[in-house]
Design a protein around this ligand. Structure first.
Ligand code: NIG
Ligand code: FE
Length: 410
Protein backbone atom coordinates (compact mmCIF):
# COMPACT_ATOMS: atom_id res chain seq x y z
CA UNK A 1 0.00 0.00 0.00
CA UNK A 2 1.23 3.51 -0.84
CA UNK A 3 2.18 5.79 2.01
CA UNK A 4 -0.54 8.27 3.03
CA UNK A 5 0.07 11.80 1.76
CA UNK A 6 0.14 14.74 4.14
CA UNK A 7 -1.08 17.87 2.35
CA UNK A 8 -0.31 21.21 3.96
CA UNK A 9 0.46 23.18 5.97
CA UNK A 10 -2.69 25.27 5.60
CA UNK A 11 -2.84 28.51 7.59
CA UNK A 12 -6.46 27.65 8.44
CA UNK A 13 -8.68 24.68 7.73
CA UNK A 14 -12.45 24.97 8.18
CA UNK A 15 -13.52 21.33 8.23
CA UNK A 16 -17.23 22.26 8.63
CA UNK A 17 -17.56 19.29 10.97
CA UNK A 18 -19.73 19.02 14.09
CA UNK A 19 -22.24 21.63 12.88
CA UNK A 20 -26.02 21.13 12.84
CA UNK A 21 -27.78 20.30 9.58
CA UNK A 22 -30.61 22.74 10.28
CA UNK A 23 -31.02 26.26 11.56
CA UNK A 24 -28.96 29.41 12.09
CA UNK A 25 -25.18 29.26 12.57
CA UNK A 26 -22.75 31.69 14.13
CA UNK A 27 -19.14 32.06 13.02
CA UNK A 28 -18.05 31.20 16.57
CA UNK A 29 -19.39 27.68 15.97
CA UNK A 30 -16.82 27.05 13.21
CA UNK A 31 -13.94 24.87 14.37
CA UNK A 32 -11.03 26.62 12.75
CA UNK A 33 -7.80 24.63 12.73
CA UNK A 34 -4.62 26.72 12.50
CA UNK A 35 -1.43 25.51 10.79
CA UNK A 36 -3.12 22.24 9.96
CA UNK A 37 -2.73 19.41 7.48
CA UNK A 38 -4.88 16.79 5.79
CA UNK A 39 -3.65 13.22 5.64
CA UNK A 40 -5.02 11.46 2.58
CA UNK A 41 -5.11 7.80 1.66
CA UNK A 42 -6.91 6.25 -1.31
CA UNK A 43 -8.94 9.35 -2.03
CA UNK A 44 -10.26 9.72 1.51
CA UNK A 45 -9.32 11.76 4.54
CA UNK A 46 -7.32 9.61 6.95
CA UNK A 47 -6.74 12.32 9.51
CA UNK A 48 -6.93 16.07 9.84
CA UNK A 49 -5.13 18.04 12.50
CA UNK A 50 -2.08 20.01 13.61
CA UNK A 51 0.50 19.79 10.81
CA UNK A 52 3.52 18.99 12.96
CA UNK A 53 1.64 16.19 14.74
CA UNK A 54 0.68 14.50 11.48
CA UNK A 55 4.18 14.81 10.02
CA UNK A 56 6.30 11.67 10.50
CA UNK A 57 8.36 9.17 8.52
CA UNK A 58 5.33 7.09 7.58
CA UNK A 59 3.83 9.81 5.37
CA UNK A 60 4.73 11.44 2.09
CA UNK A 61 4.63 15.23 2.05
CA UNK A 62 2.79 17.42 -0.45
CA UNK A 63 3.98 20.83 0.65
CA UNK A 64 1.83 23.71 -0.55
CA UNK A 65 3.69 26.81 0.73
CA UNK A 66 2.32 30.37 1.19
CA UNK A 67 -0.78 31.37 3.19
CA UNK A 68 -3.79 29.29 2.37
CA UNK A 69 -7.23 28.74 3.85
CA UNK A 70 -8.81 25.37 3.15
CA UNK A 71 -12.50 24.46 2.89
CA UNK A 72 -14.29 21.28 1.84
CA UNK A 73 -14.73 21.22 -1.96
CA UNK A 74 -17.73 23.36 -2.90
CA UNK A 75 -20.95 21.56 -3.86
CA UNK A 76 -23.33 23.14 -6.36
CA UNK A 77 -26.62 21.31 -5.77
CA UNK A 78 -28.66 22.80 -8.65
CA UNK A 79 -27.54 23.55 -12.21
CA UNK A 80 -28.79 23.28 -15.77
CA UNK A 81 -25.41 23.37 -17.54
CA UNK A 82 -26.41 20.85 -20.25
CA UNK A 83 -27.85 23.10 -22.95
CA UNK A 84 -27.31 24.41 -26.44
CA UNK A 85 -27.44 28.02 -27.62
CA UNK A 86 -27.84 31.22 -25.64
CA UNK A 87 -30.66 33.41 -24.33
CA UNK A 88 -28.86 36.76 -24.43
CA UNK A 89 -31.92 38.18 -26.13
CA UNK A 90 -34.20 37.13 -23.24
CA UNK A 91 -31.86 38.94 -20.87
CA UNK A 92 -32.04 42.11 -22.95
CA UNK A 93 -35.85 41.85 -23.14
CA UNK A 94 -36.16 41.39 -19.38
CA UNK A 95 -33.98 44.41 -18.80
CA UNK A 96 -36.21 46.45 -21.09
CA UNK A 97 -39.21 45.57 -18.95
CA UNK A 98 -40.65 42.20 -20.02
CA UNK A 99 -41.15 39.58 -17.31
CA UNK A 100 -39.75 36.03 -17.37
CA UNK A 101 -43.26 34.61 -17.78
CA UNK A 102 -44.20 37.09 -20.53
CA UNK A 103 -41.07 36.17 -22.49
CA UNK A 104 -41.86 32.48 -22.06
CA UNK A 105 -45.41 33.02 -23.35
CA UNK A 106 -44.03 34.90 -26.38
CA UNK A 107 -41.92 31.88 -27.39
CA UNK A 108 -38.69 32.73 -25.59
CA UNK A 109 -37.77 31.24 -22.24
CA UNK A 110 -37.27 27.54 -21.60
CA UNK A 111 -38.83 26.50 -24.92
CA UNK A 112 -36.29 28.54 -26.85
CA UNK A 113 -33.47 26.60 -25.15
CA UNK A 114 -35.30 23.32 -25.83
CA UNK A 115 -35.33 24.18 -29.54
CA UNK A 116 -31.64 25.10 -29.49
CA UNK A 117 -30.66 22.03 -27.43
CA UNK A 118 -32.53 19.64 -29.71
CA UNK A 119 -30.38 20.95 -32.61
CA UNK A 120 -27.17 19.99 -30.81
CA UNK A 121 -25.97 16.39 -31.05
CA UNK A 122 -24.90 14.29 -28.07
CA UNK A 123 -21.16 14.78 -28.62
CA UNK A 124 -21.56 18.55 -28.78
CA UNK A 125 -23.59 18.45 -25.57
CA UNK A 126 -20.86 16.39 -23.88
CA UNK A 127 -18.36 19.08 -24.91
CA UNK A 128 -20.55 21.84 -23.48
CA UNK A 129 -21.10 20.04 -20.16
CA UNK A 130 -17.35 19.36 -19.94
CA UNK A 131 -16.40 22.97 -20.64
CA UNK A 132 -18.87 24.34 -18.07
CA UNK A 133 -17.87 21.73 -15.48
CA UNK A 134 -14.22 22.76 -15.89
CA UNK A 135 -15.21 26.37 -15.32
CA UNK A 136 -16.93 25.40 -12.04
CA UNK A 137 -13.97 23.24 -11.00
CA UNK A 138 -11.61 26.22 -11.26
CA UNK A 139 -13.98 27.99 -8.86
CA UNK A 140 -13.60 25.17 -6.34
CA UNK A 141 -16.72 23.13 -7.15
CA UNK A 142 -15.89 19.44 -6.73
CA UNK A 143 -19.48 18.14 -6.94
CA UNK A 144 -21.99 19.53 -9.41
CA UNK A 145 -25.62 18.58 -9.93
CA UNK A 146 -26.71 18.75 -13.60
CA UNK A 147 -30.33 18.62 -14.78
CA UNK A 148 -31.83 17.58 -18.08
CA UNK A 149 -35.05 19.41 -18.95
CA UNK A 150 -34.23 21.00 -22.30
CA UNK A 151 -35.12 17.86 -24.26
CA UNK A 152 -38.75 17.35 -23.24
CA UNK A 153 -39.32 14.13 -25.16
CA UNK A 154 -38.21 10.62 -24.27
CA UNK A 155 -35.43 10.62 -26.90
CA UNK A 156 -34.21 14.15 -26.26
CA UNK A 157 -34.17 13.73 -22.48
CA UNK A 158 -32.20 10.52 -23.00
CA UNK A 159 -29.74 12.41 -25.19
CA UNK A 160 -29.16 14.95 -22.43
CA UNK A 161 -28.83 12.41 -19.60
CA UNK A 162 -26.53 10.20 -21.64
CA UNK A 163 -24.38 13.24 -22.41
CA UNK A 164 -24.17 14.05 -18.69
CA UNK A 165 -23.29 10.43 -17.88
CA UNK A 166 -20.51 10.34 -20.49
CA UNK A 167 -19.15 13.75 -19.46
CA UNK A 168 -19.07 12.53 -15.86
CA UNK A 169 -16.51 9.89 -16.84
CA UNK A 170 -13.97 12.47 -17.95
CA UNK A 171 -14.59 15.64 -15.96
CA UNK A 172 -12.56 15.91 -12.78
CA UNK A 173 -15.43 16.55 -10.38
CA UNK A 174 -18.49 14.37 -9.69
CA UNK A 175 -21.61 15.21 -11.66
CA UNK A 176 -24.96 14.32 -10.08
CA UNK A 177 -27.56 13.94 -12.85
CA UNK A 178 -31.25 14.79 -12.42
CA UNK A 179 -34.16 14.20 -14.81
CA UNK A 180 -36.15 17.41 -15.29
CA UNK A 181 -38.42 16.17 -18.08
CA UNK A 182 -41.19 17.95 -16.12
CA UNK A 183 -39.72 21.40 -16.86
CA UNK A 184 -42.72 22.50 -18.95
CA UNK A 185 -45.24 20.89 -21.28
CA UNK A 186 -43.43 20.82 -24.62
CA UNK A 187 -45.06 23.12 -27.15
CA UNK A 188 -45.07 20.36 -29.74
CA UNK A 189 -46.96 17.96 -27.45
CA UNK A 190 -50.50 17.23 -28.62
CA UNK A 191 -52.35 16.53 -25.40
CA UNK A 192 -52.68 17.48 -21.78
CA UNK A 193 -49.95 18.05 -19.22
CA UNK A 194 -51.09 14.88 -17.48
CA UNK A 195 -50.73 12.83 -20.68
CA UNK A 196 -47.21 14.19 -21.21
CA UNK A 197 -46.18 13.25 -17.68
CA UNK A 198 -47.72 9.80 -18.07
CA UNK A 199 -45.76 9.27 -21.26
CA UNK A 200 -42.52 10.27 -19.52
CA UNK A 201 -43.13 8.16 -16.45
CA UNK A 202 -44.11 5.08 -18.45
CA UNK A 203 -41.54 5.29 -21.26
CA UNK A 204 -38.60 7.16 -19.72
CA UNK A 205 -38.48 6.20 -16.02
CA UNK A 206 -37.64 2.52 -16.66
CA UNK A 207 -34.80 3.55 -19.01
CA UNK A 208 -33.39 5.93 -16.43
CA UNK A 209 -33.10 2.90 -14.16
CA UNK A 210 -31.85 0.35 -16.67
CA UNK A 211 -29.21 2.70 -18.14
CA UNK A 212 -28.39 4.08 -14.68
CA UNK A 213 -28.82 7.61 -15.94
CA UNK A 214 -30.15 9.16 -12.74
CA UNK A 215 -31.82 8.46 -9.45
CA UNK A 216 -33.39 11.90 -9.15
CA UNK A 217 -36.64 13.33 -10.54
CA UNK A 218 -37.31 17.07 -10.58
CA UNK A 219 -40.35 19.12 -11.66
CA UNK A 220 -41.03 22.83 -12.17
CA UNK A 221 -44.24 23.61 -10.27
CA UNK A 222 -45.46 26.99 -11.44
CA UNK A 223 -48.03 28.75 -13.55
CA UNK A 224 -46.98 28.04 -17.15
CA UNK A 225 -45.28 24.80 -16.07
CA UNK A 226 -46.97 22.12 -13.91
CA UNK A 227 -49.65 22.28 -11.22
CA UNK A 228 -49.88 20.26 -8.02
CA UNK A 229 -52.69 18.27 -9.59
CA UNK A 230 -50.65 17.45 -12.71
CA UNK A 231 -47.63 16.34 -10.79
CA UNK A 232 -49.17 14.09 -8.10
CA UNK A 233 -49.33 10.85 -10.14
CA UNK A 234 -45.90 11.57 -11.64
CA UNK A 235 -44.24 11.97 -8.26
CA UNK A 236 -46.21 9.01 -6.94
CA UNK A 237 -44.83 6.80 -9.71
CA UNK A 238 -41.29 8.17 -9.23
CA UNK A 239 -41.44 7.46 -5.51
CA UNK A 240 -42.75 3.93 -6.11
CA UNK A 241 -39.77 3.28 -8.37
CA UNK A 242 -37.37 4.52 -5.70
CA UNK A 243 -36.32 7.83 -7.27
CA UNK A 244 -35.43 10.77 -5.04
CA UNK A 245 -37.65 13.80 -5.59
CA UNK A 246 -36.52 17.40 -5.85
CA UNK A 247 -38.73 20.34 -6.80
CA UNK A 248 -38.49 23.78 -8.41
CA UNK A 249 -40.86 25.32 -5.88
CA UNK A 250 -42.36 28.71 -4.95
CA UNK A 251 -40.35 30.67 -7.54
CA UNK A 252 -43.10 33.11 -8.49
CA UNK A 253 -46.10 31.65 -6.65
CA UNK A 254 -46.55 29.27 -3.74
CA UNK A 255 -47.74 25.67 -3.67
CA UNK A 256 -44.62 23.85 -4.82
CA UNK A 257 -42.94 23.59 -1.44
CA UNK A 258 -45.99 21.92 0.10
CA UNK A 259 -45.90 19.31 -2.65
CA UNK A 260 -42.16 18.87 -2.10
CA UNK A 261 -42.73 18.21 1.59
CA UNK A 262 -45.67 15.90 0.89
CA UNK A 263 -43.48 13.71 -1.33
CA UNK A 264 -40.59 13.95 1.14
CA UNK A 265 -38.43 15.60 -1.48
CA UNK A 266 -34.72 15.78 -0.71
CA UNK A 267 -34.84 19.47 -1.59
CA UNK A 268 -37.18 22.31 -2.49
CA UNK A 269 -35.36 24.86 -4.61
CA UNK A 270 -35.99 28.58 -5.40
CA UNK A 271 -38.55 29.57 -2.68
CA UNK A 272 -38.34 33.28 -3.56
CA UNK A 273 -42.13 33.55 -3.10
CA UNK A 274 -42.38 31.41 0.06
CA UNK A 275 -44.38 33.07 2.84
CA UNK A 276 -44.27 32.41 6.58
CA UNK A 277 -46.56 29.42 6.13
CA UNK A 278 -44.25 27.64 3.66
CA UNK A 279 -41.20 28.61 5.69
CA UNK A 280 -42.69 27.03 8.83
CA UNK A 281 -43.55 23.83 6.94
CA UNK A 282 -40.08 23.58 5.43
CA UNK A 283 -38.49 24.15 8.83
CA UNK A 284 -40.44 21.23 10.30
CA UNK A 285 -39.59 18.91 7.38
CA UNK A 286 -36.46 17.04 6.34
CA UNK A 287 -36.54 18.72 2.93
CA UNK A 288 -33.52 20.96 2.41
CA UNK A 289 -34.41 24.49 1.26
CA UNK A 290 -32.15 25.55 -1.62
CA UNK A 291 -31.71 29.25 -2.35
CA UNK A 292 -30.76 30.17 -5.91
CA UNK A 293 -29.44 33.73 -5.75
CA UNK A 294 -28.18 33.45 -9.34
CA UNK A 295 -31.81 33.39 -10.50
CA UNK A 296 -32.66 36.46 -8.39
CA UNK A 297 -29.65 38.29 -9.84
CA UNK A 298 -30.39 37.13 -13.39
CA UNK A 299 -34.08 38.07 -13.23
CA UNK A 300 -33.77 41.11 -10.97
CA UNK A 301 -36.21 39.52 -8.48
CA UNK A 302 -36.40 39.05 -4.73
CA UNK A 303 -33.97 36.74 -2.99
CA UNK A 304 -35.09 33.56 -1.24
CA UNK A 305 -35.93 34.47 2.38
CA UNK A 306 -32.80 32.74 3.62
CA UNK A 307 -32.62 34.55 6.97
CA UNK A 308 -36.20 33.63 7.87
CA UNK A 309 -35.71 30.03 6.74
CA UNK A 310 -32.64 29.65 8.93
CA UNK A 311 -34.18 31.42 11.92
CA UNK A 312 -37.23 29.16 11.62
CA UNK A 313 -34.95 26.12 11.77
CA UNK A 314 -34.78 25.02 8.12
CA UNK A 315 -31.69 23.58 6.48
CA UNK A 316 -30.47 26.00 3.81
CA UNK A 317 -28.25 25.13 0.87
CA UNK A 318 -27.22 27.67 -1.76
CA UNK A 319 -26.78 26.72 -5.43
CA UNK A 320 -25.99 28.57 -8.65
CA UNK A 321 -28.94 27.42 -10.82
CA UNK A 322 -26.51 28.00 -13.72
CA UNK A 323 -28.76 28.02 -16.80
CA UNK A 324 -29.08 29.99 -20.03
CA UNK A 325 -32.26 31.82 -18.98
CA UNK A 326 -32.70 32.96 -15.41
CA UNK A 327 -29.15 32.42 -14.11
CA UNK A 328 -26.47 32.80 -16.79
CA UNK A 329 -23.68 33.89 -14.41
CA UNK A 330 -22.69 30.46 -13.10
CA UNK A 331 -20.56 31.54 -10.16
CA UNK A 332 -21.60 29.80 -6.95
CA UNK A 333 -19.37 31.59 -4.45
CA UNK A 334 -20.07 35.08 -5.83
CA UNK A 335 -23.81 34.46 -5.70
CA UNK A 336 -23.73 32.89 -2.23
CA UNK A 337 -21.85 35.86 -0.80
CA UNK A 338 -24.24 38.34 -2.44
CA UNK A 339 -27.17 36.43 -0.92
CA UNK A 340 -25.28 36.75 2.37
CA UNK A 341 -25.19 40.55 2.15
CA UNK A 342 -28.88 40.91 1.28
CA UNK A 343 -30.15 38.29 3.70
CA UNK A 344 -27.66 38.98 6.53
CA UNK A 345 -26.10 35.54 6.66
CA UNK A 346 -23.08 34.70 8.76
CA UNK A 347 -19.96 33.35 7.07
CA UNK A 348 -20.76 29.99 8.64
CA UNK A 349 -24.24 29.99 7.08
CA UNK A 350 -22.93 30.91 3.62
CA UNK A 351 -20.16 28.31 3.73
CA UNK A 352 -22.47 25.61 5.16
CA UNK A 353 -24.87 26.32 2.28
CA UNK A 354 -22.27 25.49 -0.34
CA UNK A 355 -20.63 22.56 1.49
CA UNK A 356 -22.30 20.11 3.88
CA UNK A 357 -25.85 21.45 3.59
CA UNK A 358 -25.54 21.26 -0.21
CA UNK A 359 -24.37 17.65 0.20
CA UNK A 360 -27.54 16.99 2.22
CA UNK A 361 -29.64 18.51 -0.58
CA UNK A 362 -28.16 15.83 -2.85
CA UNK A 363 -28.40 13.13 -0.16
CA UNK A 364 -24.63 12.63 -0.29
CA UNK A 365 -23.21 11.55 3.04
CA UNK A 366 -19.58 11.16 1.98
CA UNK A 367 -18.65 14.80 1.38
CA UNK A 368 -19.17 18.45 2.28
CA UNK A 369 -17.24 17.99 5.54
CA UNK A 370 -13.53 17.28 6.03
CA UNK A 371 -13.46 14.39 8.43
CA UNK A 372 -11.83 10.96 8.70
CA UNK A 373 -13.39 8.51 6.24
CA UNK A 374 -15.00 11.11 3.96
CA UNK A 375 -13.84 12.12 0.48
CA UNK A 376 -10.66 14.15 0.31
CA UNK A 377 -12.32 16.90 -1.74
CA UNK A 378 -11.07 20.35 -0.77
CA UNK A 379 -10.24 23.80 -2.02
CA UNK A 380 -7.70 26.40 -0.88
CA UNK A 381 -7.69 30.21 -1.14
CA UNK A 382 -4.65 32.50 -1.07
CA UNK A 383 -5.29 34.21 2.27
CA UNK A 384 -4.56 33.77 5.97
CA UNK A 385 -8.08 34.66 7.12
CA UNK A 386 -11.20 32.72 6.06
CA UNK A 387 -13.32 35.89 6.31
CA UNK A 388 -11.61 37.16 3.14
CA UNK A 389 -13.37 34.45 1.13
CA UNK A 390 -16.85 35.95 1.54
CA UNK A 391 -15.56 39.51 1.92
CA UNK A 392 -14.04 39.45 -1.57
CA UNK A 393 -17.41 38.27 -2.92
CA UNK A 394 -16.14 35.55 -5.18
CA UNK A 395 -13.16 37.50 -6.52
CA UNK A 396 -10.66 35.63 -4.35
CA UNK A 397 -10.11 32.63 -6.60
CA UNK A 398 -8.91 29.21 -5.41
CA UNK A 399 -5.18 28.53 -5.69
CA UNK A 400 -5.69 24.80 -5.18
CA UNK A 401 -8.46 22.26 -5.70
CA UNK A 402 -8.15 18.57 -4.72
CA UNK A 403 -10.57 15.87 -5.83
CA UNK A 404 -10.27 12.49 -4.09
CA UNK A 405 -6.99 13.73 -2.63
CA UNK A 406 -5.48 14.54 -6.03
CA UNK A 407 -4.54 18.09 -6.96
CA UNK A 408 -6.68 19.06 -9.98
CA UNK A 409 -6.24 22.84 -9.99
CA UNK A 410 -3.04 24.56 -8.88
O1 NIG B 1 -34.38 27.09 -12.17
N1 NIG B 1 -37.44 27.87 -13.10
C1 NIG B 1 -37.31 27.02 -13.96
N2 NIG B 1 -36.15 26.56 -14.46
C2 NIG B 1 -34.92 27.22 -14.43
C3 NIG B 1 -34.78 28.19 -15.51
C4 NIG B 1 -34.57 27.54 -16.76
C5 NIG B 1 -34.49 28.50 -17.90
O2 NIG B 1 -34.93 29.66 -17.81
O3 NIG B 1 -33.98 28.03 -18.92
C6 NIG B 1 -34.62 27.85 -13.10
O4 NIG B 1 -34.59 29.07 -12.93
FE1 FE C 1 -33.38 25.54 -11.85
Amino acid sequence: MNKPILIGPFTQILPMSGLPLKGALKDEQLHIMEHAGILVSEGKVLAIGAYEELKNNEVELEIIGEDRVCLPGLIDAHTHICFGGTRANDYAMRNSGKTYLEIAKAGGGIWDTVTQTRKVNQDELIAKVTERSNHHLKNGVTTLEVKSGYGLSVEEELKMLRAIKIANKTVLQDLVPTCLAAHMVPKDWQGSAKDYLTKISVDLFPLLKSEQLTNRIDAFLEEGAFSALDIAPYFHMATQLGFDITVHADQFSTGGSEIAIHYQAVSADHLEASSNKEIALLAKSNTVAVALPGASIGLGCDFTPARKLLDSGASLAIASDHNPGSAPMGDLLTQATILGTFEKLSNAEVLAGITYRAAAALKLKDRGILEKGLLADFVSYPTNNYQEITYQQGQLKPNGVWKNGVSVVN
